[in-house]
Write a protein that binds this ligand. Structure first.
Ligand SMILES: NC(=O)c1ccc[n+]([C@@H]2O[C@H](COP(=O)([O-])OP(=O)(O)OC[C@H]3O[C@@H](n4cnc5c(N)ncnc54)[C@H](O)[C@@H]3O)[C@@H](O)[C@H]2O)c1
Length: 295
C-alpha cells in the first residue's frame, strides 16, 4: 500500500465528485478525474451549492487548474494512491465501476466509495482486494465525512482514510460497526422519510416544515439557512429517490418506500437546484426571502 497519499483520483464528477476533487486540490493533492460525461466537472462547478464553505472562492481557479481531466478511467486511477468513486447511487452501476476500478487502479491504492447508503461490503468483492476498501461519505457543503470499513479492511487503511479526511479540514465520523446510512446520514435519513411522508399525504405544507426546522435550529438570521426540503433540493431529488430505494430494498418495509409523489416530480424534471425547480424554484428560492419565516 502507498506509504503516503499524494495522488487522488475521483471517478464521477457530478455534484459530490466535483466537490471532493476541489477539496482535494485545495489541500494540495494531485487530482485526476474521470467522468463518462465530458463536461460534467465544469458544468457542476458552477451549480453546486456550499462549495464556498469548503474551498475559498478565490482559490477555485487555481484548484480547477490543478485538476487533470482524463479521457479514460485507467489514465485517472492507474497511478493514484486513493481512488474515490462518486457515480450515481445505483448498485448495479457501482458494481460494474468497482470491477473496472479493481482491474485498472494502482494495486497499492486505497479504494473508497462516496455512496450515501451502500456499505462498501457490498462493493468490495468486485475490486478483487477488499482489504483496501472503505466508505468515505462526504456531505454536500459540509466539513464532515463518514468513514466506515468493509469486511476485510486493514486497520492502516482506515487510519489513512481518517488522516486524509482530516488533511482536507474535515471531521471524520467513524462508524465502528457496519450501519446502513453511516453516522449522521442515518439521522438525516429518518428526517427525510418522515417529512416526505407528511408532504406526500397532504398533511402539511413543506414550507412549514422548513420554517420550523430553521427556527428549531436557530437559523433565522443565517445566510445559509435551510430546512429538510431545501436541503433535498440541493442534493437532487433524483439522488434522494435512489438513496431511499436502497433503504427500501434493504428492509422491504412499505413504510420505507419513497412516495410516488416524489417520483412524479422527478419525471416532470423537477430535480432541485440543478434543474432550476424542485420543491422550490431557483436561483432565488422562496425560503431565502426575509419574510419567509413570518408569512
Ligand atoms: N448529492 C449529494 O448531496 C450526495 C452527498 C453525499 C454522497 N452522495 C453520493 O455520491 C454519489 C454521486 O452522487 P452525485 O449527487 O454526485 O450524483 P450526480 O448524478 O450529480 O453525479 C454522478 C456523476 O457520475 C457520472 N458517471 C455515471 N456513470 C459513470 C461511470 N461509469 N464512470 C464515470 N462517471 C460516471 C455521471 O456522468 C455524473 O457526472 C452517489 O453515490 C451519491 O449517493 C451524494
Amino acid at each position: 500500500m502507498s506509504e503516503v497519499i499524494k495522488k487522488v483520483a475521483v471517478v464521477g464528477t457530478g455534484t459530490l465528485g466535483t466537490q471532493i476533487a476541489m477539496q482535494a486540490a485545495n489541500a494540495n493533492y494531485q487530482v485526476k478525474i474521470f467522468d463518462v460525461n465530458k463536461g460534467s466537472f465544469e458544468s457542476t462547478l458552477h451549480t453546486i451549492k456550499g462549495l464556498e464553505k469548503l474551498v475559498p472562492t478565490n482559490s477555485w481557479a487555481v484548484c480547477q487548474e490543478k485538476i487533470q481531466q482524463m479521457e479514460n478511467i485507467e489514465a485517472a486511477i492507474g497511478d493514484s494512491d486513493l481512488v474515490i468513486e462518486a457515480v450515481p447511487e445505483d448498485l448495479t452501476l457501482k458494481l460494474a465501476v468497482w470491477a473496472d476500478i479493481g482491474l485498472k487502479a494502482n494495486p497499492n491504492a486505497i479504494l473508497a466509495t462516496n455512496s450515501s447508503s451502500i456499505p462498501v461490503s457490498r462493493l468490495e468483492r468486485n475490486s478483487g482486494s477488499p482489504e483496501r476498501c472503505l466508505n468515505l461519505h462526504f456531505y454536500i457543503g459540509m466539513n464532515m465525512v463518514d468513514v466506515m470499513e468493509g469486511t476485510k479492511t486493514l486497520p492502516q487503511v482506515i487510519k489513512k482514510g481518517i488522516s486524509w479526511v482530516r488533511s482536507l479540514g474535515c471531521i471524520p465520523l467513524t462508524v465502528k460497526k457496519e450501519l446502513l446510512g453511516f453516522c449522521f446520514n442515518r439521522v438525516w435519513r429518518a428526517v427525510k422519510r418522515e417529512v416526505l411522508g407528511m408532504w406526500a399525504n397532504g398533511s402539511v405544507d413543506f414550507r412549514d416544515v422548513d420554517r420550523a426546522w430553521m427556527i428549531f435550529n436557530g437559523m433565522e438570521k443565517s445566510p445559509d439557512r435551510f430546512g429538510p426540503f431545501a436541503l433535498m433540493d440541493k442534493v437532487g431529488l433524483d439522488v434522494i429517490y435512489d438513496i431511499e430505494m436502497v433503504y427500501y430494498n434493504d428492509s422491504k418495509d412499505p413504510k420505507d418506500h419513497p412516495p410516488k409523489e416524489l417520483k412524479e416530480k422527478i419525471e416532470r424534471g423537477e430535480l432541485g437546484v440543478k434543474s432550476g425547480k424542485g420543491f422550490y424554484s431557483y436561483p432565488d428560492p422562496e425560503y431565502m426571502i426575509p419574510d419567509f419565516l413570518n408569512p
